[in-house]
Design a binder for this molecule. Structure first.
Ligand SMILES: *[C@@H]1O[C@H](CO)[C@@H](O)[C@H](O)[C@H]1NC(C)=O
Ligand SMILES: *[C@@H]1O[C@H](CO)[C@@H](O)[C@H](O)[C@H]1NC(C)=O
Ligand SMILES: *[C@@H]1O[C@H](CO)[C@@H](O)[C@H](O)[C@H]1NC(C)=O
Ligand SMILES: *[C@@H]1O[C@H](CO)[C@@H](O)[C@H](O)[C@H]1NC(C)=O
Ligand SMILES: *[C@@H]1O[C@H](CO)[C@@H](O)[C@H](O)[C@H]1NC(C)=O
Ligand SMILES: *[C@@H]1O[C@H](CO)[C@@H](O)[C@H](O)[C@H]1NC(C)=O
Ligand SMILES: *[C@@H]1O[C@H](CO)[C@@H](O)[C@H](O)[C@H]1NC(C)=O
Length: 263
């Protein structure tokens, strides 16, 4: 029993060491490297699914056969000089372990194992407008960018007609804010882009802020000027008349009081 478990452990270690990891995206293309030396003139290339030893693509006696397995039909390309195998339009079921056996014209042989890992495409980050305001041509906006994916780097870039700027927050997996103030009439529109990146994949979202010019004062129509003029004239006249009356009234009242106290 003890010997058996030791042997199993040894085999597992050997397998793990020899595997090359390759990453692809669902629906994308990927090239599995054969690992052959470029000086080799390959005469035999045999790609198989490592787990069950089924050939999927071969080059034997100068004949290429990439239609051996129905599930890969029309999606394989075998490069006979490098030995590399390209799989197009990747499916979830393609994510498995592959093996390649090579022989060159001098009788040298080599083999390599590749594990194909499928990754999910990054999702578009979400830009939230936390707050924004625009007054007399001065605008500001507070934006929050967040990603549903874990472990991504979020980067803001923003640009207008007259400038380009980038601000990175490396390693950020949450959200952050951006405040922008525009006072120049030349930068009426600013586009903010939030990019989410992880390894070789990226996704981005845009938000465009339009900062309106302060509305110029409208010319006052002539009839309004006339109306206001007449109205003011009448008002002033009335005030003058009534001021006299009010003053008189006050004096009369005071006099009455004085008289009263004297009496
Ligand atoms: C995959 O390869 C095919 C053929 O070479 C090409 O038409 C297609 O655009 C490629 N797809 C991607 C996602 O690169
Ligand atoms: C590889 O071998 C083939 C057949 O033996 C030969 O025709 C070809 O020229 C060789 N190519 C190189 C690059 O040596
Ligand atoms: C080997 O695996 C492939 C893909 O999973 C499958 O299509 C094929 O039928 C399997 N072959 C055998 C002999 O089990
Ligand atoms: C930004 O958005 C994320 C996701 O909706 C949220 O968890 C976070 O609290 C927001 N941050 C701020 C400061 O609003
Ligand atoms: C900003 O960058 C874009 C794309 O890189 C470029 O086309 C544009 O001319 C740049 N604008 C300024 C003002 O530098
Ligand atoms: C995020 O950026 C930092 C610095 O540029 C880099 O070291 C790190 O690997 C990046 N992380 C991801 C997940 O891309
Ligand atoms: C990223 O791309 C480079 C060059 O195309 C490649 O060598 C590397 O393996 C890729 N990394 C991942 C994690 O996909």
């Amino acid at each position: 029993m003890k010997l058996q478990s030791l042997v199993i452990t040894f085999i597992q270690v050997a397998v793990v060491e020899s595997i090359t990891d390759v990453f692809g995206y669902h629906g994308g293309n990927v090239t599995l490297p054969s690992g052959a030396s470029s000086s080799w003139n390959l005469t035999k290339i045999e790609w198989s699914i490592y787990r069950n030893n089924t050939w999927i693509a071969t080059y034997q006696r100068k004949k290429i056969n990439v239609d051996r397995l129905h599930s890969y039909k029309g999606r394989l390309h075998l490069d006979t000089s490098s030995g590399d195998l390209t799989i197009r339009n990747l499916k979830v079921t393609d994510a498995t372990e592959y093996s390649v056996d090579l022989i060159d014209d001098k009788g040298r042989d080599s083999s390599n194992k590749i594990r194909l890992n499928l990754r999910k495409k990054l999702q578009k980050p979400t830009i939230q407008i936390v707050n924004s305001n625009s007054e007399n041509g001065e605008c500001w906006v507070k934006l929050n960018c967040s990603s549903a994916d874990e472990g991504v780097n979020l980067t803001w870039t923003w640009h207008s007609e007259i400038f380009n700027r980038t601000s990175s927050i490396p390693g950020s997996d949450g959200s952050f804010m951006l405040r922008f103030t525009s006072t120049s009439t030349r930068q009426k529109q600013v586009t903010f882009t939030c990019s989410s990146t992880k390894d070789n994949d990226s996704a981005s979202a845009d938000y465009t802020l339009t900062c309106e010019d302060p509305s110029p004062p409208k010319p006052t129509p002539a009839w309004l000027v006339l109306f206001i003029g007449v109205f003011l004239g009448v008002l002033i006249t009335l005030v003058v008349i009534y001021r006299d009356k009010i003053k008189t009234g006050c004096i009369q009242a005071k006099e009455t009081v004085l008289k009263g106290s004297v009496i």
